[in-house]
Design a protein around this ligand. Structure first.
Ligand code: DGL
Length: 284
């Protein structure tokens, strides 16, 4: 394994750019290769088997690019595919990181009354991985999941600060029994940090947790521990980032701008194949 290799980052589409952005800030010397599976987005409404299959294809494809670590920036993919990908990558010595543990860790630290809401896609809420992670950290925590599937299309439409998004948020939150008892809510979807300020305005007593930075810190710490960092991360030297998408490059560029304030570049189109998936399945 060569420390000059890139760190692979993937998401079902564009949302994982928030995690990539945090990683670039935390590890300025590292090079990244980001794959957005825009041909198959959304993952959030798919079955667990399909999410594992899609995630394996993406991960297998990234492995062809000689990555030294893999970050699953998607909450839904982390919910269902983290264990499979960790198992596949262990023999070839590629650490695999998800986004659930970091968010759970921040939420446990921040909540004063131990009542935590988890917002996410249908898949993430049904997978209960946030609940499991929170309970591993503190079994007395009260967790309530809330699927908010309309947020993803609204955010991709650019309606971050829009009265329709605020109305939808109020409708969703009205479903939560004893809403006022929750002091913390995890933004358990790549897209939701973009409407954090809208949610904070409507629900001022709830602390909304966005964990991209914590995820980046955990990746930094772990790569340092296993001696996998480029030697120059403490200097201002800048690594390269390459973007791959499986469909609609122009839309990725446009929506990507909403997420990170710049148009991702350079972007290449790739086709994912059965052979990509087999790279992972053969390792299991
Ligand atoms: N990236 C997904 C997540 O964080 C949201 C979009 C999708 O459903 O694919 O769960």
């Amino acid at each position: 394994m060569n420390n000059q290799m890139s760190i692979g980052v993937f998401d079902s589409g564009v949302g994982g750019l928030t995690v990539l952005h945090a990683l670039q800030k935390e590890l300025p010397a590292e090079s990244f290769i980001y794959l957005g599976d825009t041909a198959r987005v959304p993952y959030g409404t798919r079955s667990p088997e399909t999410i594992v299959r899609y995630s394996s294809r993406v991960a297998g494809h990234l492995m062809r690019h000689d990555i030294k670590a893999l970050v699953i920036a998607c909450n839904t993919a982390t919910s269902y595919a983290l264990e499979t990908l960790q198992k596949a990558c262990a023999p070839i010595n590629i650490p695999v990181f998800g986004v659930i543990e970091p968010s759970a860790q921040v939420a446990v630290e921040k909540s004063t009354n131990g009542n935590i809401l988890v917002l996410g896609t249908e898949g993430t809420i049904q997978g209960h991985k946030y609940t499991e992670a929170l309970h591993r950290m503190n079994p007395t925590i009260k967790v309530q999941g809330l699927a908010c599937p309309l947020f993803v299309p609204l955010i991709e439409e650019g309606w971050h600060n829009h009265h329709v998004t605020a109305t939808v948020a109020k409708e969703y939150f009205a479903q939560v029994p004893n809403l006022t008892s929750f002091d913390t809510a995890i933004l358990g979807c790549t897209h939701y940090p973009l409407i954090k300020s809208v949610l904070e305005k409507i629900f001022p007593t709830i602390d909304f947790i966005d964990s991209a930075e914590t995820t980046a810190k955990i990746v930094h710490h772990k790569l340092a521990e296993i001696n996998r960092l480029k030697s120059s991360n403490t200097t201002h030297s800048s690594g390269q980032t390459r973007f791959l998408v499986t469909d609609n490059l122009q839309r990725f560029r446009k929506v990507g701008y909403y997420f990170v304030g710049y148009e991702p570049d350079p972007i290449d189109m790739v086709d994912l194949t059965d052979a990509d998936e087999q790279i992972v399945t053969k390792l299991l």
